[in-house]
Design a protein around this ligand. Structure first.
Ligand code: FES
Length: 148
């Protein structure tokens, strides 16, 4: 069985940005119906469209906690367009990789971010980007049974 990287263990043991943002500009709620893990991600966006703060709450496995923590670190200082390009693979790579059977946990982090951005768009009266997310979600979860 593949081991977790030391960075995953570090982020699991000492997750950054745990908590909530009371006056968040966007909130993303996602869950994995297979394992039952849930994640909520909050973003604060300034007038220039830069994400100035991000926090999360995750009820889930160690990889879900580590990836949600890492994604909150990665988005800070980025504009919305840049943040939308953050893939679950990029998050996993930033953590020094994840065991193959835990890659699906990083999908949850990507989705939480995208849903938070979508919520921000909705509040601004802008069109949703959620359709493409849903299709990638279905695709990415195709092989997650093996991780159980
Ligand atoms: Fe559920 Fe990792 S997100 S097992």
């Amino acid at each position: 069985m593949e081991q977790y990287s030391s960075k995953v263990m570090e982020y699991f043991a000492h997750p950054r940005n745990v908590g909530e943002i009371k006056d968040a500009d966007g909130i993303g709620n996602v869950g994995n119906p297979v394992c039952g893990d849930i994640m909520r991600l909050y973003i604060k966006v300034n007038k220039k469209g830069i994400i100035t703060n991000a926090k999360f709450k995750t009820f889930g496995c160690g990889a879900a906690i580590a990836t949600s923590s890492m994604v909150t670190e990665m988005v800070k200082g980025k504009n919305i367009e840049e943040a939308l390009k953050i893939s679950n693979r990029a998050v996993a790579e930033a953590l020094g990789g994840l065991p193959k059977i835990k890659m699906h946990c990083s999908v949850l982090a990507e989705e939480a971010l995208r849903y938070a951005i979508d919520d921000y768009y909705k509040k601004k009266g802008l069109p949703s980007t959620i359709k493409e997310i849903t299709s990638s979600h279905v695709h990415e979860h195709g092989s997650e049974e093996e991780g159980k």
